[in-house]
Design a binder for this molecule. Structure first.
Ligand SMILES: [Zn+2]
Length: 126
């Protein structure tokens, strides 16, 4: 049950389970139906928030944000896991790990905050 748990499954099975609960306990158990609806709403809200976060994160990293939004919504936690594995660093994928210091022209690390040769500090490395 835990391994197959995902918002998608909840939304597929949810109405069926809720309907069967509602029909077998037609009196006195309506609250169970309401609790179920509330849980489904919370799951939905949390999942939309997670998907939105991935969307924003993908945009920030120059990835196809809409594609990742769909992946996370469809594949749920598996999509989220995939995003954490495959997401590039902020600012997009690096083509090289080295660049040249604008001050002295020697090779330094791409994301260095200062040049290790001349000591020049950089505010940003864009
Ligand atoms: Zn330098």
């Amino acid at each position: 049950m835990i391994s197959t748990f995902s918002p998608c499954n909840v939304f597929l099975l949810g109405p069926l389970i809720a309907a069967s609960l509602f029909s077998s306990y037609s009196s006195g158990f309506e609250w169970l139906f309401l609790v179920f609806i509330c849980i489904m709403l919370v799951v939905l809200i949390v999942w939309i928030a997670v998907a939105y976060w991935v969307y924003k994160d993908a945009k920030k990293r120059n990835e196809n944000a809409v594609l990742w939004l769909v992946i996370v919504l469809v594949a749920s936690w598996l999509g989220l896991l995939l995003w954490f594995v495959l997401r590039p660093p902020i600012g997009g994928r690096k083509t090289t790990s080295l660049r040249y210091c604008p001050n002295c022209g020697r090779e330094i690390l791409f994301d260095a905050n200062f040049c290790s040769y001349c000591g020049k500090k950089f505010d940003s490395y864009l």
